[in-house]
Design a protein around this ligand. Sequence first.
Ligand code: RIB
Length: 312
Amino acid sequence: MANAARIAVVGSANTDLTTFTDVFPRPGETLFGKNFDLGFGGKGANQAVAARLCGADVLMVARVGSDLFGEATIKNFASFGIDTTHVRIIDGVSTGVAPIFVEPNGQNRIIVVKGANDRLLPADVDAAAEQLRRVDTIILQFEIPLETIYYTVRFARANKIRCIVNPAPAIPAQLANLTAADYFIPNETEAELITGQAVRTPAEASACAAGLLGKGFQRVVLTLGARGALVASAAGSTHVPGFPVAAVDTSGAGDAFIGSLAVFLTEGLSEPDAVTRANLYAAMSTTGVGTQKSFPRRAGFEAEWSRRTAKA
Ligand code: RIB
């Protein structure tokens, strides 16, 4: 594609407070953690940064609070060259925050306090409509009000813009309001919570994805962590394997996958190729600490892609 992919994220921005620990306290107990990291996060913001680092022009539509973290979040977006025209501060509300706990194997547990993210409303999508109509792909996640997500899916459909819905974190939702999206991309836990079907084996993943297609989704990409992703549509389902890496922190890997996948698809790569590349981008992100700060730039990604896919 001659011009850069144009991606919009209508979504969340958080400040991540990450503690690295071997142990978790019982009720009433105080323990010492090993290390701490403060960083910019939020599933929406992370996906926007991943898309930007992969070379897209990115528009962010978000709300932050009138606290220390709000202004800093806007500056962080701007430092990447992300368009912040529609990132606004809401007075008297806190910015979204996410205490994150990371185990020695890199596995994470996250609690999100949504704060200002809960104030991103359909009217804010209307306010950004002129710019949103010019993008190729809109990405949504579940850290903002569901009514705004439903509204944006309809907006994307009406304007023939590719729409990716990442139901993270999973909460009960009216799926009929989401099926107009082009891609529905849950991870295993989210897919289980949404469908009630277990996703422990490749066969269960296929059955779960088929269940989601049965509910009306056109294409489902079920992310499987280190095992890669399952791509399913009416044409059938394909497992796209992941890439082995030495993971230190998996936080934000799903966001790295989605942001990069949006760019690869918008650039016109075939679905299997785009998903394979997004698998590698996500895997690379787990080799560094934090969310956005662990995401590689496009040049670094391409070097690793060439190395991994070179014929022996
Ligand atoms: O997916 C990782 C993200 O989830 C973190 O950045 C945290 O803010 C939560 O939104």
